[in-house]
Design a protein. Structure first.
Length: 320
């Protein structure tokens, strides 16, 4: 098993790599609430970063036009050809892969890939986020757990055959054997990955068999990247933390969804060492973002020293 870390020490450098200035490549997935996206974009925009915007094909034409018009005055912004992203389907993974490849093919000088939804918002300024990544340069942040041990109730997602059809997951399914000699992992959709990590995912021939199998699984965006990174020759440090503040609440029989934050959640948002939070909606609480902006320049709390996890057995009770 690869070494996975549960946290990091503020200022710990992998292999004594000297601190360097960090540039970030953001992939932002937008499908509704363009004004919410604008707030997010203004909060994370810096000319030295790179921004790739994916506008879901399901978004109405007015939303797409409004977002494109808003972005015209910003350099280093690109629009990814939109696809119809189906909840629970492989199209979400494909959008992430397409985004990584696009950003790599630009040959731009960026160090970290961060994916966000249009309803996310940073809890810290770009200065603090970049300083954090500079101090921890070389680590990738993504939730990781042994799926069979930590979330056995989700094994049906990968042990059955699922298919996207007409904008939804087909009801027809059948059992099948999981990939031979592969341990399935699960975590969540949100990631902060090094450029090296992205290059491996996009360019390694080892990844193709995972793409072929996970094409017909359920909710693969919560497990594809974890399973790839933990079962291949990828060399890198993975931290079991996506740096997101999320409160999960039930949404039907098979999934949870992120709670829309209100002023009542302010203490939760302020107490952790998260870099981003989701989700927000001005129609629910138009003031909560103003409250959390007051903490944007406050430094992150001192963090515990990284601990090597040889046998991961943590229980995850919230997944996107």
């Amino acid at each position: 098993m690869k070494n996975v870390y549960i946290s990091e020490s503020d200022g710990h450098n992998i292999n004594d790599v000297p601190l360097k200035s960090i540039n970030i490549a953001y992939l932002i997935l937008v499908h509704r609430l363009p004004d919410q996206f604008k707030k997010l974009f203004r909060a994370i925009y810096e000319p030295t970063n790179f921004y790739l915007i994916h506008i879901d094909k399901k978004a109405n034409q007015e939303i797409g036009e409004e977002v494109r018009s808003f972005l015209e005055k910003y350099p280093n912004v690109h629009i990814l050809n939109h696809e119809n992203v189906v909840w629970g389907g492989y199209s979400m993974v494909q959008a992430e892969l397409d985004g990584m490849k696009y950003l790599l093919d630009m040959n731009a000088e960026w160090d970290y890939f961060i994916n966000l939804s249009g309803q996310d918002y940073p809890l810290k300024s770009q200065k603090i986020i970049k300083n954090f990544l500079s101090k921890n340069n070389g680590k990738s942040y993504i939730k990781i757990a042994n799926q069979e041990k930590a979330r056995p109730e989700t094994m049906n997602r990968i042990e059955n055959y699922f298919e996207e059809s007409e904008g939804k997951i087909s009801d027809k399914t059948h059992k099948r054997d999981f990939m031979k000699n592969i341990i399935p992992y699960i975590g969540g959709q949100w990631m902060i990955l090094t450029r090296d990590c992205c290059e491996f995912i996009i360019n390694s021939t080892e990844v193709k068999k995972f793409e072929d199998y996970y094409l017909n699984t359920l909710i693969p965006d919560e497990s594809f990247f974890q399973t790839v990174l933990m079962n291949t020759s990828f060399i890198g440090t993975l931290v079991d933390d996506d740096k997101r503040a999320i409160i999960w609440i039930p949404d039907g029989d098979i999934k949870l969804r992120p709670k829309t934050f209100t002023k009542a959640d302010l203490e939760f948002l302020q107490k952790g060492n998260h870099l981003f939070a989701r989700k927000f909606d001005d129609n629910v609480d138009e003031n909560i973002i103003n409250y959390i902006k007051t903490d944007h320049e406050k430094p992150l709390k001192t963090m515990v020293k990284i601990t090597d996890v040889k046998n991961m057995s943590r229980t995850f009770n919230h997944l996107n």
